[in-house]
Design a protein around this ligand. Structure first.
Ligand code: ADP
Ligand code: NI
Length: 224
């Protein structure tokens, strides 16, 4: 028997994604997806977005990262469609989820992608909330460590970007990533609910950076 598309579909999708992504280790692991799922659900409730569409799209938003490689823009939407089809989901639901994954996962030409739906806005905002705050700090240094980059290098100042579209990270020290991308995410959120959450996370990053730079220079050391 083909199962119905129902809230149970969310549980089955979560179980599938958890099994596929556990221990993935590239910053797109199950722990990241789980946080994005929780955040997207909270934003959807606050904004009155469709919960089923939002939750499925959040769970599947990084699906291309395990199954396919090589910059195929359609890999994520295709994998999501195949999964939902196999679960007996209706075409209207599949099409909505697929469209969100297409707009959220698109990375071509370094373009800052606008989102067409409230549900897409919730998923993209949730993904961005996971890149700021304490988790954002931890993920940035985990990424930089993975790439063998220095924490900070005053001889290599951050690149000043004129537009958000140019923010795609360069290969510099990890501290630069905050000035080049992470401190700009707050202004790029779509929903009021996400902007409220971002206030404290943004403030925390600024406090972290001030403290980090103080310690770097030894400004907080005792005199004498
Ligand atoms: P997403 O696919 O979620 O939009 P990315 O794949 O660009 O984001 O990044 C995943 C995580 O790695 C994020 O937390 C991001 O801040 C971090 N990251 C990406 N590029 C860099 C970089 N150059 N330096 C430090 N952290 C980075
Ligand atoms: Ni993500």
């Amino acid at each position: 028997m083909i199962p119905d598309a129902s809230p149970d579909l969310v549980a089955r999708t979560a179980a599938m994604v958890e099994a596929q992504f556990t221990g993935e280790g590239s910053g797109h692991d199950w722990a990241h997806i789980r946080r994005v799922w929780l955040a997207a659900r909270a934003l959807a409730r606050a904004e009155g977005a469709d919960l089923l569409v939002t939750e499925l799209a959040a769970l599947l938003h990084d699906i291309a990262d395990w199954k396919f490689h090589g910059g195929d823009e359609e890999a994520g939407p295709r994998a999501a469609r195949a999964w939902l089809l196999a679960q007996g989901a209706e075409e209207v639901l599949i099409a909505r989820v697929e469209a969100i994954i297409r707009e959220v996962s698109f990375k071509g030409a370094g373009v800052a992608t606008p989102v067409a739906t409230l549900e897409g806005a919730c998923v993209q905002d949730a993904d961005r909330l996971d890149a700021i705050g304490a988790i954002g700090v931890a993920r940035a240094f985990a990424y930089g460590g993975h790439k063998g980059r220095p924490l900070h290098d005053p001889q290599q100042p951050p690149v000043q970007h004129g537009t958000f579209a140019e923010y795609k990270s360069n290969g510099g020290p990890t501290i630069n990533h905050f000035y080049e991308k992470l401190l700009h995410l707050r202004e790029r959120l779509h929903t009021a609910a996400a902007r409220r959450v971002a206030e404290e996370r943004h403030r925390f990053m600024e406090q972290f950076l001030a403290q980090f730079l103080n310690e770097w220079e030894g400004s907080d050391l005792l005199p004498g």
